[in-house]
Design a binder for this molecule. Structure first.
Ligand code: NIG
Ligand code: FE
Length: 408
């Protein structure tokens, strides 16, 4: 049978983000890209394009094609708001003090527990739409505001439903080890027993989680408690990720690395031995400049060491009602450059190739490469660095999800 393409993109420049193409951004000037069955069937210089008929030929007008953006860390499903806490922080209270006084994550837990699945879905939709409008084609969404079985399941069901009803791939993470619920006050080990037993069993039986997350911190859970969660996750065949070294260094990155975690996230207090452990394990370091910005942190993650040891750095929004109330991956990209000193190329790799790896989907998404799914964006810009330089302008001109045009 003669091959036949569904869509052929011509007159485009390609930021493939393929590390085998040894130019910044994996650039192919004067490129072409063909799609068949939702996958990238051919990509390369237009001069080498084989002569294969295509159902539809699209002229990119000299714009840039990039992989679809991937946000690998969000808490997008929640109810209530924490605006008053923002005001308390304006008056000098710290994030930790608010948490210790029963606010913070626990305040969102109260509001989320009181909300139905439909209410949570309605609240989540416009937030998700904000990400999609920017060119996000895959997103991670965590539970963690239920902290009891029914609400944790409800949050994950809402996340799954968002993935069914919107043109986006949703990766769900089970984050019951996020904060200690009030009914377990003083009994953190008992709560972790519940997380590892009844809750993990239910989530796994309903196949509601793609990975398991935890908050390893003085105001979260200890290293030993997180290790129990990891062991339970591996019994259920689920990969793990950890909120690690955000406010202090509990050596969660060593724990993550020793269990081949997909990703460790935040990392302002990461030290060089932790960096080396991540490098050896191939665990992704996910940087969350939104939380750094909103919490007015001054300690930077060890970017230079991560670079030197060759740790893959992802960039994500950490969108949540407390430490990062901003539903914008593009803003997070700008912050990663401006606050953390990442180059434009590192930032773009951080929201494509490396974010895909943080979600265990690197063999399917995150680059413009033959055989990968055709999640891609067309931008009318002169250079891909513009996507990092500014935000609020330059929306994608065309959004393709698995080969389908899903632009508004
Ligand atoms: O990634 N660190 C824990 N979790 C979130 C904050 C969640 C919240 O404050 O509601 C974070 O920053
Ligand atoms: Fe988070």
């Amino acid at each position: 049978m003669t091959p036949h393409w569904d869509t052929l993109w011509t007159n485009v420049r390609l930021a493939t983000m393929d590390p085998e193409i040894k130019l910044p951004f994996g650039t192919i000037e004067r490129g072409a890209l063909a799609i068949k069955g939702g996958c990238i069937a051919w990509v390369g210089p237009a001069d080498d394009l084989p002569s294969v008929p295509a159902t539809e030929v699209r002229d990119g007008g000299g714009g840039w094609l990039t992989p679809g953006l991937i946000d690998c860390h969000t808490h997008l499903v929640f109810a209530g708001n924490r605006c008053h806490e923002f005001e308390l922080r304006q008056q000098g209270a710290s994030y930790q003090q608010i948490a210790e006084q029963g606010g913070g994550i626990r305040a969102t837990v109260e509001a989320t527990r009181a909300s139905s699945e439909e209410q949570l879905f309605q609240l989540a939709q416009p937030r998700l739409q904000a990400f999609l409008d920017e060119g996000v084609t895959s997103i991670e969404i965590k539970s963690g505001y239920g902290l009891e079985v029914d609400t944790e399941l409800r949050m994950l069901q809402v996340a799954r439903r968002l993935g069914r009803e919107f043109p986006v791939t949703v990766h769900t993470s089970f984050l019951a080890a996020h904060a200690l619920p009030p009914e377990f006050q003083g009994r953190a080990d008992d709560y972790i027993g519940r997380v590892c037993g009844e809750m993990m069993d239910a989530v796994s039986a309903q196949e509601l989680a793609d990975s398991v997350d935890m908050f390893c911190e003085q105001i979260g859970f200890s290293l030993a408690q997180c290790e129990r969660v990891i062991q339970s996750a591996s019994r259920h065949g689920l990969p793990v990720r950890i909120h690690a070294e955000q406010l202090s260094n509990l050596r969660a990155s060593h724990l993550a690395a020793s269990h081949s975690a997909l990703s460790v996230d935040h990392l302002e207090h990461l030290d060089e031995s932790g960096v080396m452990a991540l490098a050896r394990a191939g665990t992704v370091a996910t940087l969350l400049p939104g939380a750094f910005y909103f919490l007015r942190e001054t300690r930077l993650p060890p970017i230079e060491q991560l670079r030197r040891h060759g740790v893959a750095m992802a960039v994500a929004s950490d969108f949540n009602p407390g430490s990062s109330p901003q539903a914008s991956l593009r803003l997070s990209m700008q912050m990663a450059a401006n606050l953390f000193g990442l180059s434009a190329e590192e930032v773009l790799a951080g929201v494509t190739r490396h974010a895909a790896r943080a979600l265990g989907m690197a063999s399917e998404r995150g680059q413009l490469r033959e055989g990968l799914l055709a999640d891609l964006l067309l931008w009318q810009i002169d250079h891909p660095a513009e996507l990092v330089w500014q935000f609020g302008v330059n929306r994608p001109h065309c959004i393709m999800k698995e080969g389908q045009d899903v632009s508004e």
